[in-house]
Design a protein around this ligand. Sequence first.
Ligand code: PLP
Length: 380
Amino acid sequence: MPIYLDSNATTRVHPEVIDAMMPFLTDHWYNPSSGYGAGQAVKAAIGKAREQVASLIGAKPSEIVFTGCGTESNNMAIKSLAREIGRKHSKVLVSEIEHSAVLRPTEAMAAVGFDVQRIGVDGEGRLDLEAFEKAIDTSCPGFISIMWANNETGVIQPIAEAAALAKKAGWFVHTDAIQAVGKVPVKVDEAPVDFLSISGHKFHAPKGVGVLYVRENSPFEPMIRGGGQEEGRRSGTENVPYIVGLGKAAELMQSELENGGIDRVGMLRDLLETTLCDRLKGVQLNGSREHRTTNVAHVSFEGCVAAEMLPKLDAAGIQCSAGSACMTGKANPSHVQKAMGFSDERAFSSLRLSLSIFSTDGEVLEAAESIIQIVNDVRA
Ligand code: PLP
């Protein structure tokens, strides 16, 4: 069995999630908008999933909008906010380390005349709050889109501080929390955000289902109009089995967070890092030690090129990546590591090893042995 260390790319669907979904592919296949009992039972299942997700992030169920994926959630928030602030005399701030699902839509806004500014990060991969504060223009409307945790390094951003500064200026706040939800406690009362994006497949629900949290009374313009599902905020007949699965995954992750399961992942991550650092020279652990999700080790191996290591690791049964899955095969160094001030050499020598609640200490130790051997081989 290969050892999976790429949980920031996607995660295995939890068996209990599959069990929860199955009845909605078999017996309960009705349209939740149908008025008769069987349809209403399906509608009730969506309602339960809404409550499960709301509970995980400390929101009201009415603030949860189900979407087709995290990318859609980000686009929905950004496009709605673009309409709200208008392109003339307004401003948008994003960080340099955002996922392409924020960078591309805001680039498209810049192309049609919006003033979009990217704010840098420090060497630990955290937003430069001073530069951020300076860039806020209190004389015009605006919004920010700053991620809760980075997908490559796992570094948690000062989102509460950034959101508070934006709110002081009367601006709106979106956060891409796709790599944070289910991995660290994320509560919407911790930061004054208007919109927060979630993706199911990052925490053991299937791919192709997400959530946009829309704070009550925050202005919102739907991107997809039609039959008025999701209170008119995202039309289209609901993807019931996947929504039910996402709800179950949210419930399971809440219990992992409350019962120490996520801390155990952190202990495994630490075991992996210390084994690599103890046994190899020229190893650098990247990103803030203090502010990070528990599941990511982002490591540079001096004198190695990740592109050379990855096929060897794959052949040895270790599945991991050099950066985000969307960047696989790209010739340029990761924009995240460049923003952190890394040389091309260091950026090209990094591996992202990301764990999940299914990781075991046996796997971590076996993976560490393989990595050590491959690093020594490549260096030789
Ligand atoms: N934002 C971040 C930070 C991500 O890590 C990802 C997925 O890799 C996305 C957005 C896109 O989410 P999805 O794959 O559900 O479209």
